[in-house]
Design a binder for this molecule. Structure first.
Ligand code: HSE
Length: 366
């Protein structure tokens, strides 16, 4: 099967994905038999283009020239001046009316409404197109509905990059640890806040480090999603509902950010051989699932206390293996772009293995 990919949202992540596909295309085909074209890209700011096969003189189906597209973006910030194809379609039309069969949804997260991601994903699934996404909003807010829709339409819905980018958190919990009982998942799920807490240990104030994090591009100009714990909460919600089988909502999760942590708190912790970390936690408790995001003072010997700077980490507390910890990047152009490739390869391998006998809903539910 040839994967005809439409990329919806062409910001850092969408571009990172396109770069990886462009650089590794030949090798992916040789190594994994992954045959693909990117047939369309749509972004509300950068423009949209669809390599409509019927418009090409030969009638031969082919995709966009990613090298050209990426250099256009670099030079002009836009893709509208691409020499061929149909221009100007909005995201929903690009999803529904192109000959794409895989939608790579990389529009920005909105944790209050989940939009426009939820609409994009619903449209794709209703049109029997596989979805791979890095957008946390739809998975955090509408996972059950979307997983059901995928199952009903016999397509896959994969979202590895929603929790600590391409570092394999969901694949680890759902697939590698299948057959194990997970009692708790806890971790450092936000790089910006981990960077701030780490830097404050050297005596800098919260405000100083926040400015530095903004200059380095870790924190947004409006850093609330990170520093108030909303970004970590979205990831906790996904872990709770997807890996732990819960049905939690935003309001079920206790959330405290790091804005109340002073330099004095950090120094006091240091003198006690402890370290503050913003910990996202999901645990089985009294037959239910409890989840929280809050700063915790960890012993310096705790594996999570050793994870500094922008790195993220997750510890799975299990019956058979006790604790399994994974440490890796939680953000970044290539790091998050890669998660889309990981989802695509996963779909490809599942389809290859079992042709039509697999039930896609099994892949995303516990
Ligand atoms: N802003 C997030 C972080 C990355 O700092 O980890 C996206 O979830």
């Amino acid at each position: 099967m040839k994967y005809k990919i439409a990329i919806i949202g062409f910001g850092t992540v969408g571009q990172g994905f396109a770069e990886i596909l462009e650089e590794k295309g030949v090798w992916l085909k040789e190594r994994y038999g992954l045959d693909f074209d990117v047939v369309a890209i749509s972004d509300p700011v950068k423009g949209s283009v669809y390599a409509d096969p019927s418009r090409h003189g030969t009638g031969r189906e082919h995709g966009l020239d990613l090298k050209k597209i990426l250099s256009l973006i670099k030079e002009t910030g836009k893709i509208d001046s691409y020499s061929e194809g149909i221009k100007g379609w909005d995201s929903v039309r690009t999803i529904t009316d192109t000959n794409s069969n895989v939608i790579a949804e990389a529009s920005p997260t909105n944790i209050e409404t989940g939009e426009p991601g939820i609409t994009h994903i619903r449209s794709a699934l209703n049109n029997k197109k596989h979805v791979i996404t890095t957008n946390k909003g739809p998975v955090a807010l509408a996972y059950r509905e979307l997983a059901k829709l995928a199952s009903e339409n016999e397509v896959f819905f994969r979202f590895e990059g929603t929790v600590i980018s391409g570092t394999p958190a969901l694949n680890l919990g759902l697939e590698a640890l299948a057959g194990i009982k997970i009692q708790e998942i806890r971790g450092i799920l936000n790089g910006t806040t981990n960077y701030i807490l780490t830097e404050m240990e050297s005596g800098k104030t919260y405000e100083e480090v926040l400015r530095e994090a903004q200059r380095l591009g870790y924190a947004e100009a409006k850093p609330d999603a990170d520093v108030e714990g909303w970004d970590a909460l979205a990831k906790v919600l996904i872990l709770a509902n997807v890996v732990m089988g819960g049905n939690l909502r935003v309001q079920d999760i206790e959330r405290t950010g790091i804005t109340g942590i002073t330099l004095q708190d950090i120094q006091e912790a240091k003198s006690e051989n402890k370290r503050y970390k913003l910990i996202g936690k999901v645990r089985k408790e009294n037959g239910g699932i409890k989840a929280s995001v809050r700063p915790e003072k960890l012993n310096i010997g705790d594996s999570l206390a050793q994870v500094n700077g922008v790195l993220n980490a997750l510890t799975f507390v299990t019956d058979e293996l006790r604790e399994v910890t994974i440490v890796g990047p939680g953000a970044g152009r290539r790091e998050t772009g890669f998660s889309l490739l990981s989802d695509l390869l996963n779909i490809h391998q599942l389809l290859e293995k079992s042709s039509s006998t697999i039930d896609p809903s099994r892949i995303v539910t516990c």
